[in-house]
Design a protein around this ligand. Sequence first.
Ligand SMILES: Nc1nc2c(ncn2[C@@H]2O[C@H](COP(=O)(O)OP(=O)(O)OP(=O)(O)O)[C@@H](O)[C@H]2O)c(=O)[nH]1
Ligand SMILES: [Mg+2]
Length: 205
Amino acid sequence: MEDINYKIVLLGDAGVGKTYILNQYVRGQQPKNNLPTIGIEFATKTVTLQDGGKIQVSIWDTAGQERYRAITTNHFRGASGALLVYDITKEKTFENLTRWMEELKTAANKDVVMFLVGNKTDLVERQTNSRKVTKEEGQLFATKNQLFFEETSAYRGTNIASCFEKLIEEMYIRKNLLITQQQQSQSQSQNTQLKPIETPMCSKC
Ligand SMILES: Nc1nc2c(ncn2[C@@H]2O[C@H](COP(=O)(O)OP(=O)(O)OP(=O)(O)O)[C@@H](O)[C@H]2O)c(=O)[nH]1
Ligand SMILES: [Mg+2]
């Protein structure tokens, strides 16, 4: 097991389904109660990667309510992955994404992997006119801001695991790339320091 910390945060407006998404992924079920998150909650999960390796991720479920904003944004610090969630039946939750994203970028790691999630597809399947944000609008926002994108139903568990899997694989790739780059620059600086010793002495000097 790698001991590198893989921190994922769930963020977005109140009521978009962050806690439902977390519970579907970690426990395969709906939360025991339907209450809004107060401040912050977190869970850990051991994940098997495509290459067979195992890593542990910590998933931080934040509160969308405005009154917890300071606590919420405080917990974005050190995140290397994020699920940015909106409700496809509530336009306002889509409009607020830019603000959430900016706050995340200010606090999270520079190379944070972001995944845009349009939740509650089951509502639209039941009643087509309940959709207020089209899939194309979601995709466009994601492309513009270089985010992965998927629509989900946390109620039914549709696409939840695949979002996390894609996110975690990408976090793993970026982290390994960063480690390789750091090792390369370390060995380059060691080579530079050794250079004067390696240079042959000139007998005429
Ligand atoms: N139909 C439907 N309802 C959902 C879905 N996900 C969540 N809900 C409902 O939306 C409400 C809010 O879900 P939560 O997961 O508590 O929302 P949240 O984003 O965690 O909200 P805060 O903790 O206040 O930030 C609950 O009543 C859920 O039953 C979904 O995929 N489909
Ligand atoms: Mg919640």
